[in-house]
Design a protein around this ligand. Sequence first.
Ligand code: ADP
Length: 420
Amino acid sequence: MFTELISISIIVSTTAIAVVAFFIAKKWKKLGAEAVAALQTAKLDADEAKANLESAKIHGCIDRTRRRQVEAVFDVLRDSVLVVDAHGEILHANGCAEGLLFVAPSEAAGMPLADVVIDHQLVSTISDARCGLPKEGRQYEQEIQVGGETVAYEVHLQSVGHKDEAMHAVVTVLRDLSREREIARLKSDFVSKASHELRTPLSSISAYIEMLVDGDAADETARQEFYAVISTETVRLQRMINNLLNISQIEAGLMHIDRERVEFGELVERAVRNMTPQAHAKSLDIHTELASVDLAVKGDSDMLYQVVVNLLSNAIKYTPEGGRVTLSADAENLTHSLHFSVSDTGLGIAPDQTEKVFDKFYRVENYRRVAQGTGLGLNLCRHIVETLHSGQIGVESQLGMGSKFWISIPVGECSVKLAA
Ligand code: ADP
């Protein structure tokens, strides 16, 4: 009986354990499946999140790249550019804007406009523009403080996006007008000087013609004198106009360049032969010192001749009677260049005027009565030597002690044709 009871109890407990075990197993199995499913879902979410992160990174990268590209475009502009967002913070300042800012342009992004831009008026102009601008923007001229100087700018303001949108920004483009104004000043200076210089021979020509017409010349000798003045002034006028044309064509880069071998020594001798009558008329002694080396250069024979004649003619004009003029030419192997100079024992030039004599229409005031001239000869020489033959021209002089005008041109350089 006892044995039976034990057997029954063993069977019951085993069955109970089996049932419990079954349920536990079932529960665990269920739990395990859920856990696996949950884990799988979590993994999928993580994968998706990772993919999203990667995509965001890529997009972020693309945005940054695009932004850098846009900034790089701004940076190549010669105008200053300031981009300000709806809250008045700098979004971008390009390299050119450096002079307008307290900080380097690369550090300006994210900073308030008023903390970055030096000129108060510009700050208020841009701030006002944030509240609204016409569709076509606004443009005007404004004087702005840059590095302690007042500079004239053309300011162009333009809105980007609607003013109620988060993306709204104001783009300010500032163009420095200094160079334009300087060019305008030079132009008007040039026109007034040119008209003054052209008027002088013209007035003289018209006055002498009028006297001839009125019968003011008493006899044939007087008439011939009047004709001579008219002829001289006409030649001067022609020379001035030709020089002006040649200078402006060289400045505009419109001269056609032809290379040819020029025997510089022969060119100097020809110039001396042609100018000897003028030199003799003033009892001047002309010396030629040509080095016994090859003095050939590649260039334009007519133009180089014009340079030699201009320098020689000036030396004759501005050297008092009995003086001496020396022309020297030599070639330097080391630098492959030819050196030529015209020295005189004449009036000389004051130190503050030695550079000015190469300017258009510049004439030393006191020498105007000494000789006639156009004030264009040396300027043309400078253009022929420096612009067209890549050489150099200069002068060494002492007031009352004479001058030495020199040129140096590369032996292998080229040339162009001038108006006759
Ligand atoms: P210009 O036709 O008046 O001579 P240039 O351009 O050749 O014009 O010369 C400009 C000015 O430079 C001259 O008017 C003169 O005042 C000065 N100058 C040029 N050459 C000499 C020189 N050898 N000695 C003294 N002054 C000179």
